[in-house]
Design a protein around this ligand. Structure first.
Ligand code: ATP
Ligand code: PRP
Ligand code: NIO
Length: 467
């Protein structure tokens, strides 16, 4: 859609870059970690989304001539602007695979490069990963509860502006079946689908005529919106007439849509009327401010709804609105770096690190990830990150490395997947997460530990910084 250039950033990144450049620090090396602090929606997991989109943008990231002209007006020195004009991202990125299930306070992605290049991509990394992971997680919560019913994204009109474009991509990764968003369908190859609005029915003097004219145009995927006047007395009876006319033409009405009132009641009554007319195959779609809790309630009421259309609550990630992902310096100029905080949870972990998902011999997730130095390829003891008395022997357990090299020397190092492949991978990974992490209320916390070597490094650095 719109092209993202290297000025898709915060000004302070450019001011820091200018200072690094002018002080000859820009060729120093640096390692940054991307991670978030809290699962959204009071949930027990997060779905990682946005990575492959990010990699494609980073591969092409540069300052255009117009960007440089604009920056000239903001008092950047000429030699720095000459540097920016030639800027390309050549660093390395190690990351969890897109679609995987991730948890707080462990690196999801690691950037290694020169200080300046690693700093300059911070904003775009956070902007793309935080939002898409938030929406993919929201979508996954609905998919978890909706079983095999269809889930359609109807959110573009209610999204935060063009954010709706990325929301549709993320929703598909999180398990939605399709979207009403045509440009997302075009760009990401997501199946698109559409019903009709109330305005279409209102524009006719008579509901039946409106249904007839619509059905003629859509012999295959016709969905009639039945709640404009009176669902059970007018909408459904008119839909039945049109469905019978379609049958006479050798066609089948695909579905009716309910968009107001008690959706369980109307779905049940509509099903009875449709079945009594022999229209067992006509599906029932429902929409109107749905979210995972309403869908759960409708499922519990055995509402015969085949298709859920979800807009607002999906694409704005209600009630959270943002994933709190951060990007923190862990190593630079040959030295490990730390950020100290009164709040123990906010003390950062130094060094370039690896994250292992601990599993049984058969590959069953045991509910813990362990963070190690990147040079360690097996962890024997996992320590609680803040409680010195808690530790666990994991020597005999399998450990799956989560951070893989996905970019280096300006090139993408993995085979990019289709969005369907990413969604399928996400489905498989989520299936490995035990149920106690999936429930909506008081989910289990997926444990985190650090290796002995990393713990020692962190403690030594904290000591050296004590005043
Ligand atoms: N049977 C049900 N069980 C649980 N929640 C439901 C049920 N039926 C509808 N809902 C949800 O309750 C909320 C009702 O919203 P609202 O009061 O705006 O509906 P409405 O007045 O019928 O619709 P509108 O204002 O669009 O005409 C919606 O979020 C809807 O999805
Ligand atoms: O409720 P949401 O989850 O946000 O889902 C999208 C809503 O958008 C549409 O309504 P709208 O009133 O915009 O148009 P309409 O005339 O087609 O009903 C649709 O009918 C849904 O009610
Ligand atoms: O196709 C639909 O029914 C639709 C699309 C967008 C928003 N609301 C409904």
């Amino acid at each position: 859609m719109f092209k993202i250039s290297a000025t898709y950033t915060d000004l302070y990144q450019l001011r820091m870059a200018q200072a690094y450049f002018k002080n000859n620090k820009h060729e120093q090396t640096a390692v940054f970690d991307y991670y978030f602090r809290k699962n959204p929606f009071e949930g027990g997991y997060t779905i990682f989304a946005g990575l492959e989109d990010l990699l494609q943008k980073l591969k092409n990231l540069q300052f255009s001539k117009e960007d440089i002209s604009f920056l000239k007006t903001q008092n950047f020195p000429d030699d720095f602007l000459d540097y920016l004009e030639k800027f390309r991202f050549h660093g390395k990125i190690f990351s969890v695979m897109e679609g995987d299930v991730i948890f707080p306070n462990r690196p999801t992605l690691r950037v290694e490069g020169t200080l300046i290049e690693a700093q300059l991509i911070e904003t775009i990394v956070l902007n793309l990963l935080n939002f898409q992971s938030l929406i993919a997680t929201k979508a996954r919560r609905m998919r978890f509860i909706a079983g095999n019913r269809s889930l359609l994204d109807f959110g573009l009109r209610r999204a935060q502006g063009p954010g709706g474009y990325y929301a549709s991509r993320a929703a598909f990764i999180g398990g939605f079946d399709g979207t009403s968003n045509v440009i997302a369908g075009e760009d990401f190859n997501i199946p698109i689908s559409g019903t009709m609005a109330h305005s279409f029915v209102q524009s006719y003097d008579n509901e039946l005529e409106s249904f007839r004219d619509f059905a003629i145009q859509l012999p295959k995927k016709c969905v009639l919106l039945v709640d404009t006047y009176n669902t059970l007395k007018s909408g459904i009876p008119n839909a039945i007439i049109v469905a019978k006319e379609m049958e006479a033409r050798g066609e089948k009405l695909f579905a009716i849509r309910l968009d107001s009132g008690d959706l369980a009641y109307f779905a049940k009554e509509s099903r009875k009327l449709l079945d009594a007319a022999g229209l067992h195959y006509v599906k029932i779609a429902a929409s109107n401010q749905l979210d995972e809790y309403v869908i759960k309630s409708l499922q519990e009421q055995n509402a015969p709804i085949d298709i859920y259309g979800v807009g607002t609550n999906l694409v704005i990630g209600k009630p959270n609105g943002a994933l709190d992902g951060v990007y923190k310096l862990a190593f630079s100029n040959g030295k490990p770096r730390i950020k100290i905080s009164e709040n123990l949870e906010k003390i950062t972990l130094p060094h370039a690190k690896q994250v292992y998902r601990v599993t049984s011999e058969e590959g069953i997730w045991i509910g813990a990830d362990v963070i190690s130095l990147k040079t360690e390829n097996h962890v024997t003891t996992m320590h609680h990150p803040f409680d010195p008395f808690k530790q666990m022997d994991i020597d005999s357990l399998k450990q799956e490395p989560l951070l893989k090299e996905v970019m280096g020397e300006g090139e993408i190092k993995i085979k990019l997947r289709t969005l369907s492949e990413i969604a399928e991978y996400s489905r498989e990974r989520f299936a490995q997460l035990p149920l106690e992490y999936k429930r909506f209320y008081n989910p289990h916390q997926y444990k985190i530990g650090i290796s002995t070597a990393l713990k020692k490094e962190q403690e030594a650095l904290i000591k050296s910084r004590k005043i």
